[in-house]
Design a protein around this ligand. Structure first.
Ligand SMILES: [Zn+2]
Length: 395
């Protein structure tokens, strides 16, 4: 694949004459169409081809909506959780090369003042349309289920502190992951909902009953279901059961073959149904980059064979996943229907973020965000807002 360097994508392929992708297998909200056409006019998808549009024959390929990642800490050697604006853009670009045209930048547990300052920087990138907002993962999480978060910096959810982070994000706080069973947890959920921020249950030690309470208080997302929460027991069904059975909840799944056993993924898909699953990367800096030593927030992480683990203690520390690999795995290893896997990468997270009028499906009027895949589900083209990030070289 050929890629344009960061920053160059805005000038590419925008001569105003439009483009038609023809001959593809196109995944639409209404189903999959063989020999389909997708028309692009400027930055948007059009109902009909603009006059004098260039036709690109993508016969033998899939065209699917650009991917939407709800939970992502970085990539390309750069961190969303601690990097400079330039580094964040580098990480964003790396994920775009893999088809993610909409990404929420996830922070990790840190000192509150640091998080507030960092959120201010991320908010500017959100304002510029580079990221789709901020996800705070921690510091209001359970020390019992801390995963790769710094225990010294964990705290009980305090609505005043939650409010401080929401304010620091200048309207771009999209989601906060918290352990809702901790003191102040339910009040914090209510406060988040009041401010239009998604309350996500995660890094939690809650019981089944406590999880039900949090959902009733307004929580709507399960942060990487199964990971960093008590397992499902027959006498203590725990958060997993409560999150799977409630139709108000969207469950995040990290489909990298490391975080979840394939059977656990199937169980979640069957119980939640394909409309309530969002595939996420939970990626850290090594995604799209390589093995080595990295920082996740303040903690050191070693990446070996693509698996990220804390240097101290060995906890899994995020993934090196990109969403194209999550899709390929879902279809070729897990045997999911392409339409269901695609929805879990695009329409479902877009709807959850309140962005479904712009992204998440290939419909006229929406942003021309799309991914061209070969028959083996490898990325050969990525378009964002009508401009190629990765231009397909076909034939
Ligand atoms: Zn995460």
């Amino acid at each position: 694949m050929t890629a344009t360097p960061p920053g160059a994508q805005d000038s590419a392929d925008r001569d105003g004459t439009g483009l038609v992708l023809a001959g593809a297998t196109v995944v639409l909200p209404t189903g999959t169409v063989e020999n389909g056409r997708v028309a692009v006019d400027g930055t948007r998808i059009a109902a009909t081809a603009p006059e004098h549009a260039r036709v690109l024959d993508v016969n033998g390929h899939w065209v699917v909506p650009g991917f939407v990642d709800l939970h992502n800490h970085g990539g390309g050697g750069a961190s969303f959780a601690g990097g400079t604006a330039e580094q964040v853009l580098q990480g964003v670009h790396t994920h775009r090369l893999h088809g993610t045209t909409t990404v929420v930048a996830s922070a990790v547990t840190g000192d509150l003042d640091f998080l507030a300052r960092h959120a201010g920087m991320l908010a500017e990138l959100a304002q510029q349309g580079e990221i789709a907002g901020i996800h705070f993962e921690g510091p209001f999480i359970s020390p019992c289920r801390k995963g790769a978060h710094d225990e010294q910096l964990l705290r009980d959810p305090d609505p005043a502190e939650v409010r401080k982070l929401i304010d620091a994000a200048h309207g771009h706080a999209r989601m906060m992951t918290l352990a809702t069973e901790l003191p102040g947890g339910l009040d914090s959920v209510r406060l988040l909902v009041e401010h239009g921020v998604i309350a996500a249950i995660g890094h939690t030690d809650a019981t089944y009953e406590q999880t039900v309470e949090a959902i009733d208080a307004g929580a709507t997302v399960a942060t990487h279901l199964f990971n960093a929460m008590p397992p499902l027991g027959h006498r203590s069904p725990g958060p997993i059961t409560a999150l799977l059975e409630d139709e108000r909840i969207t469950v995040e799944l990290i489909n990298d073959g490391v975080h979840l056993h394939p059977a656990a993924l199937q169980l979640a898909f069957h119980h939640a149904g394909p409309a309530r699953v969002a595939f996420i990367t939970d990626a850290m800096d090594a995604a799209g980059f390589g093995d080595g030593r990295y920082l996740l927030g303040p903690l050191e992480v070693d990446v070996e064979d693509g698996v990220a683990r804390l240097v101290e203690g060995g906890s899994i520390a995020g993934s090196t996943l990109t969403l194209d690999r999550a899709l390929k795995r879902a279809v070729t290893v897990d045997g999911l229907a392409v339409e269901d896997a695609v929805a879990a990468l695009s329409a479902n997270p877009a709807r959850l973020l309140g962005l479904a009028d712009r992204v998440g499906s290939l419909e006229p009027g929406k942003d021309a965000d799309l991914v061209v895949l070969d028959a083996g589900f490898d990325v050969v083209g990525v378009m964002r807002r009508g401009a190629w990030v990765v231009e397909p070289r076909l034939g």
